[in-house]
Design a protein around this ligand. Sequence first.
Ligand code: URA
Length: 211
Amino acid sequence: MDKSLFDKDCRDCPRLSQFLDNVQARYPDYYCRPVPPFGDLDARFLVVGLAPGMHGANQTGRPFTGDHAGILLYQMLHRYGFSTQPESLAADDPLELLDCRITNAVKCLPPDNKPVGAEINTCNQYLGNELERLPKGGVVLALGGIAHRAIIKARKGRQADYKFAHEAVHDLGEFRLIDSYHCSRYNTNTGRLTEPMFANVFARVRSLLES
Ligand code: URA
């Protein structure tokens, strides 16, 4: 993959690289590297998550694969015609994304699922380059406020002009950005994000792509 989009050997964030080394020692079978984006570069729909989950993407090497956070996401992608199957089980399963790509604002597993500002900033070049390559008229889905702000930063927008709100749609010129609460276990268990709420977001993505 083009190194301006993703570098599997990146160790630019000392805290994250050290943490990955520690996790690798504890879980020798886990992937434990920067997790590559999944899906074709010419896809018109880009989903942006926060960062790999410990026992999900960090284990399997595919975004949102192997943990709870991906269950609802892949179901919705399938329901709205963006994937060939409703479950992503492993990096080498036959699932294909259709006109869709999934990436993370931060490509490495952060301690406690919380990247610090400097790590989000260091990784932002990759997100910026991915957004540059998005076909005109594309739609970007931000899963949660951190992903939303990373996207605005990558486009050099003023955060105050683009406030995160569930189901808000922002015009970024080259593409539209739609926000959703993150599909984390915490948000789905507490009812902050329900299945109908998430389905509405995907229905909106479809209609934006068609408009
Ligand atoms: N897995 C990912 O790849 N990203 C997230 O934001 C959460 C889980």
